[in-house]
Structure formats: structure tokens, C-alpha cells
Design a protein around this ligand. Structure first.
Ligand code: GRF
Length: 213
């Protein structure tokens, strides 16, 4: 499945996806990487693998809608079938999201629906939760909302700081995102209301997509 990855910065999740996509029979082909910031260091991972890179600088557009339209055009020009948001720090408008419904997936560093938005790890620590994690989900118009494809659970250790947690969760993300993308790109995933059903999977198979359990 022709897949694009959108990012705004470091790109460690892109790197994890690129590495996974080298393996035989991986069903997603990363065909385009787009950033809204020219300085995003993650673009270097794409360049190193000779993957087409585009920068669509959001500051050059008058409205969110104009930016979204430019993005949509480039994705269509490249015949992209599936879009992964991997640290893409722009909210996409309702029209764009609806146009890419169930073809647009995002990774978020929390066990959604808990801790939507920013500073997830610091907020979780403050609340004293015992487990945090990461979620890959289909994107809907509300921020960090949408049917959940896969999650990874990460324990909180005594004396953890927010950056300890961020590091532990990021490691889990690097296994989770390629696993979730594999499920979607192999067309085994169906959305039913708010739930994601994985064809031919017993619950044990789904747990296997969770690298920590
Ligand atoms: C990740 O923590 C991801 O969950 C969040 O943004 C961060 C991106 O990191 N949406 P990277 O750019 O992939 O290294």
C-alpha cells in the first residue's frame, strides 16, 4: 500500500517504520515523506533511503484550509493510499480528515482516551498513574480522537521523571507503529463505529501487536 509519513521534527517513528518496511512482505511502501517544517531533522532518514521528500511550510498559507488543500493535492499526485502522522504537529481540518477517513493514522504518546494533547508524561506522573503507553488510532476531526488500532502499555517506575517516561514510551512507539501500520496496510483492519476489528485475529494475535504485554 502506497504510504506517506507526515512529520514535523525528529522523525524517530519514521525511522522505525522505514526499518520495518525493509523486511520481506511488509505490506506498506513508504513512498513520500512530508514535513511542515524545512528544518525537521527526520527528513534526513527519508533522504538517506531515497524516498521523495516534500516540505509544505504552513506559515506560507493564509488559512488552515489552504494548507490542507495543498497537502491533499500532493498526496493525490503521488497516488498515496494511506497516511501516517508521526509527530506531525499541525491540526488537520475536518474536510481533510473526512476526505482521508480510515486512511489516516496517528501515533500519540498515551493510552488514549487518557491524556490527549501535549505534555502527556508530566501529566500522568502528576496523577500518579501506574501505567502509561502509546496508541495508534484512525484520525477523526477532534484532536487525538478516533478508533484505536493498537496500544502499548508501559509501566511507571519509582523515581521516574517525565523524560524517563518519554524515553520508555518512545521505545514502545517504535515497535507499535510499524506493527499497527502492518495490520492496516495488509487490509486486515475494519472500522465498526468506534471500534477497530482485526480480521482473522483471535485476541491473542492482537496482544502480539502489543510489544510490552
Ligand atoms: C512521538 O512521541 C509521537 O507519539 C508524538 O510525537 C512524537 C514524535 O517523535 N505524536 P518522533 O518525531 O517520531 O521522534
Amino acid at each position: 500500500m502506497k504510504t506517506a509519513v507526515l512529520l514535523s521534527g525528529r522523525g524517530s517513528n519514521l525511522k522505525a517504520i522505514l526499518d520495518a518496511s525493509q523486511s520481506e512482505n511488509y505490506p506498506a511502501k513508504i513512498s513520500l515523506v512530508i514535513s511542515n517544517r524545512a528544518s525537521a531533522s527526520g527528513l534526513d532518514y527519508a533522504r538517506a533511503d531515497n524516498i521523495p521528500v516534500k516540505v509544505i511550510d504552513h506559515t506560507g498559507f493564509e488559512t488552515r484550509d489552504d494548507f490542507d488543500k495543498a497537502l491533499d493535492e500532493i498526496l493525490k499526485e503521488h497516488k498515496i493510499e494511506l497516511v501516517c502522522l508521526a509527530g506531525f504537529m499541525r491540526l488537520l481540518g475536518r474536510d481533510f480528515v473526512m476526505g482521508w477517513k480510515d486512511k489516516l493514522i496517528n501515533i500519540h504518546p498515551s493510552l488514549l482516551p487518557a491524556y490527549k494533547g501535549l505534555n502527556t508524561h508530566a501529566r500522568a506522573l502528576k496523577d500518579g498513574v501506574r501505567f502509561v503507553g502509546a496508541t495508534v488510532h484512525f484520525v477523526r476531526a477532534e484532536m487525538d480522537d478516533g478508533p484505536i488500532i493498537a496500544q502499548s502499555v508501559v509501566p511507571v517506575h519509582k523515581d521516574d521523571t517525565a523524560s524517563d517516561l518519554a524515553e520508555r514510551v518512545l521505545k514502545a512507539e517504535h515497535r507499535l507503529f510499524p506493527a499497527a501500520l502492518k495490520l492496516v496496510a495488509s487490509r486486515r483492519v475494519r472500522v465498526s463505529g468506534h471500534r477497530v476489528l482485526i480480521e482473522g485475529a483471535e485476541s491473542a494475535d492482537v496482544i502480539l501487536t502489543n510489544p510490552i504485554l
